[in-house]
Design a protein around this ligand. Structure first.
Ligand code: A5A
Ligand code: MG
Ligand code: ZN
Length: 469
């Protein structure tokens, strides 16, 4: 992949993921293939969240008054909000905001919902579109003005400790989710000047795309009592006192799909993890003039057995060259291909081809054991894709001892460079300037203190810098 940007753009079009010719900047159309990948990705996320959360759906429009209530929050979003000013020809008395995120839509309602300590904790999530008037260069799925796949979780707790614990739960949820997609990540605490507007602190997940630039793919925010105080969300304790709640919120977006496309893809196109592949297995008949009908019939039998076993299987019986089909399904990233011709039927075999390793093999289809074998090959594919992605990710993370070394390493190999840093805002901004990078966040080091790479102050944290999307 020589030019990732170009590759990404081409594959979105060729594999029919997204059409970016929609005439509003930063807004794209999901095409059927992309929609399916998105659907299976969201199924995984819903399955995880539904164990502890309840799904809800709030309106898209927010009154100006509510949006403006939390001063720090609104300040953070003021340049990104789209406004609805008219209803037909009538100018609205009060303009309405398209949600850039839903704190100010949800929390006035939470204030009505939360009554007693017995109501807590509350855990909700919704998957909606949100709108942000991004001024940086927009890119499909990566930086959009309509985020179509915004999963936002919002939780409410009685105590500070439970709120802290929820942040850790959220981190676990995202780890599990990204692991199932084979997306590697770096977890760090965002610098104070770059946290979510209104949060006490923000934990971020960043991954690395093939060009070595990082992409923030998820964030978890500890909101403490800031919004509770603004929106008057209180509960009655066992003793009958009234106390403000503690809150968290955490979100992911279309960027998850961008990263699974970017990270696993190669020169041949998409390579999809079986968990989200629209077709997990494709069966291609190898047909000669003689005995064609027999081969087709046999393939249909294999197809229905695999379908009955719960796999997403496609039997492609179109009357075109097998080679053309191979090319197409490789480009679309189908994890496993089965080829069956007259000779295979005779030998009770099938040829299989793994998209991730581009390797052919033969399996026996003499008994129905082949169904379990196919399933276990798909599991191996998931596993191997995750390993490969982490291996490449880890290669892109290096340490540095001096600012010059950090600058050189980012310049030469991109990726993430780690070093000791004091955490001070002025020092951090100077550093970002010098190295022309962004600070992703910090991680506490067990080893104890060292000197800040830039200013020499003592430091117990390592920071990560990278060129970011
Ligand atoms: N209410 C909280 C959850 C929130 O809004 N957090 S956030 O602002 O950090 O957004 C959550 C995630 O959405 C980010 O981590 C990032 O991965 C993604 N995101 C933010 N802006 C985006 C944009 N313009 N296009 C695509 N994804 C975006
Ligand atoms: Mg932003
Ligand atoms: Zn410093």
């Amino acid at each position: 992949m020589t030019d990732f940007s170009e590759w990404f753009h081409n594959i979105l079009e060729e594999a029919e993921i997204i059409d970016d010719r929609y005439p509003v900047k930063g807004m794209n159309v999901w095409k059927p293939q992309g929609f399916k990948i998105r659907k299976y990705t969201l199924e995984i996320l819903r399955n995880i969240l539904d164990k502890t959360h309840e799904e809800v759906l709030f309106p898209l429009l927010i009154t100006e008054d509510e949006l403006a209530k939390e001063a720090i929050h609104v300040k953070g979003f003021e340049e990104e909000v789209y406004w609805v000013t008219h209803g037909g020809l009538t100018e609205l008395n009060k303009k309405l905001a398209l949600r850039p995120t839903s704190e100010t839509a949800m929390y006035p309602m939470f204030s009505l919902w939360v009554r007693s300590h017995t109501d807590l904790p509350m855990r909700f999530y919704q998957i909606v579109n949100t709108f942000r008037y991004e001024t940086k260069h927009t890119r499909p799925l990566i930086r959009v003005r309509e985020i179509t796949t915004f999963k936002e979780a919002h939780t409410v707790h009685a105590t500070e400790e439970e709120c802290e614990e929820e942040v850790q739960n959220a981190v676990k949820v995202y780890k599990q989710f990204f692991d199932m997609l084979g997306i590697p990540y770096m977890i760090s605490k965002r610098p104070q000047w770059d946290k979510f507007p209104g949060a006490k602190y923000t934990v971020a997940f960043d991954t690395i795309l093939p060009d070595g630039k990082t992409l923030q793919i998820g964030t978890v925010h500890n909101l403490d009592q800031t919004f509770a105080k603004t929106f008057d969300i209180t509960y009655e304790t066992e003793e009958g006192d009234h106390k403000y709640v503690y809150q968290t919120c955490y979100g992911i977006s279309d960027r998850v799909i961008a990263s699974l496309i970017g990270i696993h893809g190669d020169e041949k196109g998409l390579c999809l993890p079986p968990a989200v592949a629209p077709y997990q297995v494709v069966i291609i008949p190898i047909i000669f003039k003689k005995g064609a009908e027999e081969v087709l019939e046999f393939c249909r039998g294999i197809e229905s057995k695999l379908k009955a076993a719960g796999l997403r299987v496609h039997f492609d019986d179109r009357d075109i060259r097998a080679g053309k089909k191979f090319y197409e399904y490789e480009m679309r990233g189908v994890p496993l291909r089965m080829e069956i011709g007259p000779r295979d039927i005779e030998n009770k075999n099938a040829v299989i081809f793994r998209r991730d390793k581009l390797e052919k093999d033969t399996i026996s289809i003499e008994s129905d054991d082949f169904i379990n074998e196919i399933k276990s090959i798909l599991d191996n594919i998931s596993h191997d894709m995750r390993e490969k992605a982490w291996e490449s990710f880890n290669k892109h993370i290096r340490d540095a001892e001096t600012v010059e070394e950090a600058a050189k390493k980012v310049e030469e190999n991109m990726g993430i460079v780690k070093f000791y840093w004091c955490g001070d805002e002025a020092c951090g901004k100077e550093l970002e300037e010098k190295v022309r990078v962004d600070i992703l966040g910090v991680q506490e080091e067990e080893k104890g203190s060292c000197e800040c790479i830039n200013c020499g102050q003592s430091s117990t944290c390592k920071t990560m810098i990278a060129k970011t999307y």
